[in-house]
Design a binder for this molecule. Sequence first.
Ligand code: ADP
Ligand code: MG
Ligand code: ZN
Length: 400
Amino acid sequence: MTSIQKALKSHFGFEKFRSQQQEDVVNAVVKGDRDVFVCMPTGAGKSLCYQLPAVLANGITLVVSPLIALIQDQVDQLQARNIPACSINSKLPAQERRSILEDLERDSPCLKLLYVTPEMLASPSFQPCLSSLSARGLVSRLAVDEAHCEDVVRSLNLRHPLSFSTPVFRSNLRYDVIFRDVLPDAYTHLHAFIKKALGDGPAGQGCGIVYCRTRDGCEEVAHRLTRLGVSARPYHAGLKTADRTEAQSDWMQGKVSAIVATISFGMGVDKPDVRFVAHWNLAKSLASYYQESGRAGRDGLPASCRTYYSSQDRDQIGFLIRKEIARIQKKRGSEKEQDRVAVTDFEAMVAFCEQEACRHATISQFFGDGRPDCAGACDFCRDPRVVRAQLEAAARLSTR
Ligand code: ADP
Ligand code: MG
Ligand code: ZN
């Protein structure tokens, strides 16, 4: 057993690496002669790729991660494993911040992983701490987590990075798009979809997620599904924490078949037997859609990903995105090229729904992969006439 494998067991309690790729990445990071770029699906175990090398290194690994909630989750998990980790953020009580800074000022700090948000990293208040650490040679590595795969390589100025990416295409996921406006009864339609998707797994097992944009939407859909005979629970920020936790754990334990949630649900959730992910409303970008729908079928068994599309949704969400951009620009007092990204990403999502082409191919090509062999794993490849007929029905409806 190598010292790396020993550390995997002794510090993290894992018997083996999750995949050959995870092991390769860890080895490359530990070796440390090249920058490393990793693009793997949610749940693949990317955190370990910097956490394990961090434990083995002299000095501190600085981790940049965008969300305080995600950071807190990771820090809690690390601390539970007795790995010295903490985060400096704007919400930290002064006392805790002071004791962290005290540790950082010592010749050899105890801390192994220091998590910060991008805002904190850029903030003037953090600069002295950062320069002092780096001047004393105490920053062993910089990890950027949850970085969006599109232009991060460019913005980080990585030097000839070693790149590890899992292919985007997942052949066990079946994608389709249903135009909600042309359905006589959308809830019955959703119900039938769920029943069928659950039928793919071992009897009486499996579950899924229905994503809705609003809290009211979650409540309504969960209520309707329950009435139609599917056990469903809403999950959104408007619920009491205890109710939310209960809904999640009931779902995790397989006590409810469907969790009907806003997109706040699912980050860090790692459940292998998710048989379906339905989007009752349009995702805000094709990248988010890939990530959200990708929570299905982690066990490698067939799973279904469906978007219910409506022109009203498209207009509403498009409007909200433009409004949000305008708000940011007003606050900032200037426009930036990258502001357009949110709009183009959303347009890619809309095009995905309105196209007559392979859904898998669109997703793969969006992320820069080649055209995969869909082999009937999307509605278009299964029967292009169905997709055409649906588009025609929607067009007739909108001109009426
Ligand atoms: P990602 O960031 O790629 O979405 P995470 O780093 O959050 O994934 O890891 C997902 C889950 O997998 C976590 O619960 C983590 O503890 C677990 N995990 C990571 N590596 C291993 C491993 N080698 N063996 C078992 N579980 C692992
Ligand atoms: Mg992660
Ligand atoms: Zn296809």
